[in-house]
Design a protein around this ligand. Sequence first.
Ligand code: SF4
Length: 434
Amino acid sequence: MSDASQPNGAAPAPKKRINLRTPEIMKLVQEQVESHYRSPVVEYLRHTKSYLSANGLTVKLAKAFGFCYGVERAINLAYASAKYFKGHNIYLLGEIIHNPEVNDQLREMGIKQLKETRGVYDLDGLTEEDVVIVPAFGAEVKVLHRLKDIGCYQVDTTCGDVMSVWRRVHQYRKQGTTSIIHGKAWHEETKATVSQAISENGSTHYLVVFSLAETDYVCDYIRKGGNKDEFLKKFEGAYSPGFDPDQHLVRVGIANQTTMMKNETEEVQHRFEKAMADRFGRGNLDAHFSKADTICGATQERQDALSEMLGQEKMNLLLVVGGYNSSNTSHLAEMGEAVLPTYFIKNSEKLISPKEISHYDQHRQQEIITHDWLPEGKAVVGITAGASCPNNLLEETIHRLYEFRDVEVESLLPADYREIVGLAPMPGDSAGHN
Ligand code: SF4
């Protein structure tokens, strides 16, 4: 259906293939996507590498933020489906990406979400004439097989970077190597990836480790053995059926969820490498250990840009905009928290007033209210956004910030730029920007 091809042996080819990316369809899609998510203010700041400053408030954006190529492609294909398959039932497997505004927009366009109970999609009742969109983070092999059996149209938006990880775990599977995935066992992408790591006869295995603490526990087990029951209880839900830590940790290959923290994934690889060398000898390492860097380029770019911003800019606080279930966004928030007051918000409505902000606390997994978050007088606010966050949400956030200072954001853009992008002329065209 889409032009994404599955890696060999990964998932069955859809029964019906249709090219949705024709110039006619894509032209209509581009216009609609732009009208939903475009932001002249953010584009101006991105292209001029500039910042806004007025009434004591300075707003700076990270150099890389927001929609990545994989997300753009997934959204384009979902919009194209709505145009091509008029009159059909169109369903999404879960969410197209982890951003509530984008998913709401698709719902408004008539694309329904398939019902899910404890991670299992209800595919009963789908017919050959229905359309199912596979999200950017992919789907489990058994779900793809079921869709193929039903014979419905599949629009596969799985990102190429996710499929690179699948190719890596296929290699491990073929070698009989246990895949160690640095990721979140409950995340859709990791669930899809681990389903690619196991063979039908149950002879290959996987284990998902989330943190360095979990990594150390497994590495200790590799070196010295330990209590198997305790191990299996600790990692319940994060290993393949039949996984036995005494048998299946003698030959391991590391891969990761594409959106993890790059330096943490590197540390996971390093610790496993050392543990395997300690147990089997450095000279025998090749027979027992493999690794691959499968952090996606977009995640890395956003983390690097934020790291640079945190190191070089003097800021009072950081706003991280994006869906609370977005893995790459949550890591940006973690990076900010380590350095300065950081508020993870899903949209501008969370900026309740200059005295009150509602934001997501990842540790408590709930929104909390913080008072006196925005300094009075001079303040520098940094902003970044995850790979699934559209620019219009950033623009609304910037508007909200300047509302608190009685400034119209458009007045901070040069008059000629406003004219080019079709914004209404302002009375004070000479008002400056920086
Ligand atoms: S964050 Fe990375 S893996 Fe996910 S869709 Fe974007 S490019 Fe693909």
